[in-house]
Design a protein around this ligand. Sequence first.
Ligand code: GLY
Length: 299
Amino acid sequence: MTRVHVTASRSYDVLIEPGLLDRAGEELRAVLPGARTAAVAEDETVSALYGARLAASLEAAGFRAGEGSKNLTTYAALLDFLGRNGLSRSDVLVALGGGVAGDLAGFAAATYQRGMAFCQVPTSLLAAVDSSVGGKTGIDLPTGKNQAGCFYQPSLVLCDPALLSSLPEREYRGGCAEVIKYGVLFDETFFTSLEETPVKDQLETVIARCVALKRDTVAADEFDRGCRALLNLGHTLGHAVEKVSAYAVSHGEAVAIGMAVLARAAEKRGVAEAGTARRIEAILTRYGLPTATDLPREA
Ligand code: GLY
């Protein structure tokens, strides 16, 4: 098992190992010995695939867990669910799902009774390598993505790479955009390994490397006032592309477009070495990701 320790306003471990889902209760119990109830907030799709296994594992570790999970629809519905089931600040909310599920559940955990314990169990590549670590939580508003939210670190992140095998191809590719982002930003050797070996053939190593790189960034700038902004590479334009496309372009695809556009612009302005954009475009294309958009510049 790989264990990456994150040092932040709340410090915690990210555990990475195939089969971890069935040990989720045991690992969570070790971190939260006094918690009685574990509410599970889950994606509808992953609920059918993994919900029962997670509930069984939590119950085996002595959590009251099996009395119903909350499909993630809205923030208000999730808070209402916690209240109606009598959850207290010393209980735990477990997010089983991708980035949207984790962000929403994290925001609910941060604000329910001014903060209850929170555990992330990512089921998408994007969530595993990026959004489940670092404590960014939030929900979208009609005016844009992540417009309401806060920084709130989980108590534990349990990453079971075996859960990612059921990912639809498009979601896998979207996650690869975030993986490539880490290579572009921080680690040329890692970038080269992604050029040579597909992410799916080195999944555990890739997740561990991205989480370690994110850990270092979060430790240096938890509240996003400095170097953490690097993690937004391609995201400013990407968020605009997502919104203007009415979310027809996925987050990962939009980030890929944003990175490619920025690389071309950086090269044109002479702040990136010649050939940078071509290399970034080539790897994005190899992973089936777009590098441009037809959306009008004015929009
Ligand atoms: N996903 C970017 C960050 O956590 O800062």
